[in-house]
Design a protein. Sequence first.
Length: 239
Amino acid sequence: MPTDPRLLPALAVGGAIAVGTAVAGGLIGQGLVNARVGDRTVTVRGLAERDVRADLAVLPLKFAASGDVLGDVQARIDADLVTVRRFLAAQGYPAEAVTLGQLSVADTQSREWGSPQGGPRFILSQTVVVRTSDVARVQTTSRALSELVRQGVVLQDYAGPTYVFTGLNKVRPEMIGQATTAARTGAQRFAQDSGASLGPIRQATQGSFEILARDEIDAETSTPDKKVRVVTTITYGLR
């Protein structure tokens, strides 16, 4: 007995189906399948991460002196500056890696300080900045700063060196390729699970690159060990 064509089901697919994760070569692809009548697509995210090491270090050294006679305080700052420069030269830094920063002078009896505080009248501070690609040397110097203190240099507001990774353009193309591969792996898994085959790319978006501390307990700029991350979002057609 022939089947009544009116009883044949008509396919109507709407909404969104399936959210999941696919892992490929240590990379992750996350996807969301969006299906509409005659236009089925899968949108996936591909993640790429890479451990990198900072290639630039900036070490600011701020030191201070105080007293009631401005000339005497300035003389102590000048003497400390000689000590700091000698220390940095002994650490192996060339002269061009060391720059002189701002000299700050505060008069505690001036109007902006209000009434006299009873302490020294003048407070002077000088900053010297080390900027170098020799990251390991800066780490060694940071551990040796107690030598400056022993020589009478009063370090002020010391927060440690800042470590910067400047090689993003070198790793960018390969990482985008890894993220794209991870996204495609995720898309293929979703296509397979839905009984379809993967079609061409309909739309692709590269997310922003992030530079993070390799270990979550560190602040990003305080450690030379970092992690670069990028996420791409790609929409494929399904056949």
